[in-house]
Unconditional design. Structure first.
Length: 298
């Protein structure tokens, strides 16, 4: 039976690198005997719509060719459907691709892995917003200081990743004040001023910052990291520890694990998978094994 493969592409990702990669991957898959459909999203909403249409058609796989933002839209389509999701990273951060294994170095290897169809079940996180809508995310939700940095970074004309995030961080420091958070993790409550809250299904965001270093995407649990209010000068000194995950041993950091997390507080918009979500209150519930991730490692 001829395999049906859908490529969901953000042609602007990686300054056009996604479009080039998608063309080469399409050609290689077709040479291997697959029927390939290329779906080009012209906005986040359009990509999300195309992902849902793809999942409804039950292809052998939906392959997201882009960055974490595009993967986030693909997740809205495939969660709970059993349609395997593959990630071919061409963005700046690519934290989701790192969490699930980067593809082989060549397009030939990537195409072969897609057709081999090796999968692993991964948890997704159902996010309930105050307006009654729901979204799913696969990596990390950020609320507070780091989300406000994201707001700044998204307005930059240059690429993000580590360098862009650090520039945004320094800019945000000039006006930031802590938030009075209430965070509930399986009924356990944290109620105090804080700098940020992160809810992790995987460990990293922002191009390799391991905010939730012990998060595992298939254990049925969410890792919660809460950074207590402290002088921002101290925060700046400690910030580099996030790249190694060493921050979780500090007295200023509270780490919890659970299946359900509720965040309240006037913290501004939260971000999940690097995509703007909306302000608290937010409810995050783990959905075990909700996404079949294709293994593209060679």
């Amino acid at each position: 039976m001829t395999p049906e493969i859908d490529l969901l592409v953000n042609p602007c990702s990686g300054r056009g690198r996604a479009a080039v990669t998608a063309v080469r991957l399409k050609e290689r898959l077709r040479e291997a005997g697959a029927n390939v459909r290329v779906l080009v999203g012209h906005s986040a909403a359009d990509s999300r719509r195309l992902a849902r249409l793809s999942a409804a058609d039950r292809p052998r796989a939906l392959v997201a060719v882009g960055g974490d933002g595009l993967v986030h839209q693909a997740v809205q389509g495939v969660t709970g459907t059993g349609v395997p999701l593959a990630v071919v990273p061409t963005g700046t951060g690519n934290d989701i691709a790192r969490a699930f294994g980067r593809p082989g170095r060549s397009v030939r290897d990537t195409a072969a892995a897609i057709l081999a169809g090796r999968t692993r079940a991964a948890d997704a996180v159902r996010l309930r917003l105050d307006d009654g809508t729901e979204r799913y995310f696969l990596s990390v939700l950020a609320c507070g200081f780091d989300a406000r940095v994201n707001e700044r970074v998204n307005g930059f004309r240059f690429g993000v990743g580590r360098a862009g995030y650090v520039v945004g961080l320094l800019a945000e420091l000039r006006s930031f004040t802590p938030t009075d958070f209430t965070v509930e993790v399986d009924g356990r409550r944290i109620e105090e001023p804080g700098i940020l809250v992160a809810v992790g299904n995987t460990s990293a965001y922002g191009g390799g910052m391991h905010i939730c270093p012990d998060a595992v995407p298939d254990d049925g649990l969410l890792d919660v990291v809460f950074l207590r209010a402290a002088p921002l000068a101290r925060f700046v000194r400690l910030f580099p520890l996030v790249f190694s995950g060493g921050h979780t041993g500090l007295d200023q950091v509270v780490v919890e694990r659970g299946r359900s997390v509720t965040i309240r507080g006037q913290a501004g918009a939260a971000y999940a998978d690097g995509e703007r979500i909306g302000p608290p209150p937010l409810v995050c519930d783990v959905v075990p094994g909700a996404v079949e991730m294709l293994d593209l490692t060679s």
